[in-house]
Design a protein around this ligand. Structure first.
Ligand SMILES: Nc1ncnc2c1ncn2[C@@H]1O[C@H](COP(=O)(O)OP(=O)(O)OP(=O)(O)O)[C@@H](O)[C@H]1O
Ligand SMILES: [Mg+2]
Length: 251
């Protein structure tokens, strides 16, 4: 579904991503893990067309979408839930959701049932639909950011650090929703530093370090890898570890 070939991206003279090649197949949940500043956010922003590539290509459903305008990429079916959520605090919850429709330039008929589905996934959004989004808790704002991306009707949803800063009960609810979305056919590409979460929810994963992919494989294998443990656990234990959250492994 998504195929990335030898992607290189620079901010200045030094590359933030260096010859990245990876793929996400239809129906999969794929995790991208790696320490701080590895380039994870840069990769998602490049796929979304927010950043320009220096070299390499991005293909989505066999179409070359490299450096297309971000609106066009959303319309093609790639949703992006950004790191830090970026909801519109002064708009209502419902208006934030409708922004997702607007960005993807969807016709009214196309979104039939989507709103009800999102409310089913995250009932709190329905309860708070007329409330200003800025009054929501962090976890609720993350649900809203996910809902907004779903309103664009994505075939592939990319999530950047969805559990960051959230209380365990929200993390649990959000990851349960990811399973539900995937069981309904949505393909997911998840950036998540909390590897016990991301490697439990995913089928396969990639390990990024200093802008290069240094390991790839089934999530169960990556979870046991010394490289993964050294790079992704050492730094985060205590800081981001979410004790008490058990996500049942995806089969
Ligand atoms: N707008 C920018 N201008 C210049 N350099 C940047 C910019 N954004 C990121 N970088 C640099 O690019 C590298 C990759 O950053 P990126 O945010 O993609 O990493 P990340 O893996 O998402 O990190 P984190 O875990 O902190 O979210 C870092 O060295 C970072 O300092
Ligand atoms: Mg990041």
């Amino acid at each position: 579904m998504l195929r990335i070939k030898k992607l290189t991206v620079h901010y200045g003279p030094l590359p933030a991503l260096n010859e990245i090649s990876l793929e996400v197949k239809r129906g999969e949940v794929v995790a991208l893990i790696g320490p701080n500043r590895a380039g994870k956010t840069t990769l998602l922003r490049t796929i979304s067309g927010i950043l320009e590539t220096t070299e390499g290509r991005v293909f989505f459903q066999e179409e070359d979408i490299t450096n297309l305008n971000p609106h066009k990429i959303v319309s093609r079916g790639i949703g992006h839930v950004p790191q830090g959520r970026h909801i519109f605090p002064t708009l209502s919850v419902l208006d934030n959701l409708m922004v997702g429709v607007y960005i993807a330039k969807r016709a009214k008929g196309e979104m039939e049932g989507d709103l009800e589905w999102i409310y089913q996934l995250f009932p709190i959004l329905k309860e708070r639909k007329d409330q200003r989004a800025g009054t929501l808790s962090g976890g609720e704002q993350q649900m809203l950011a996910i809902g907004r991306a779903l309103m664009g009707g994505p075939k592939l949803l990319m999530l950047d650090e969805p559990s960051m800063g959230l209380a365990p009960r929200f993390t649990k609810e959000i990851f349960a929703a990811f399973k539900e979305m995937n069981s309904r056919g949505l393909t997911l590409f998840i950036v998540e530093q909390e590897i016990h979460l991301s490697l439990a929810i995913s089928h396969r994963g990639y390990l990024l370090r200093h802008g290069r992919l240094i390991k790839r494989g089934p999530s169960s294998v990556l979870l046991e890898s010394q490289d993964v443990k050294a790079l992704c656990l050492g730094e985060y234990v205590g800081k981001y570890a979410k004790p008490g959250i058990h996500i049942e492994r995806l089969k």
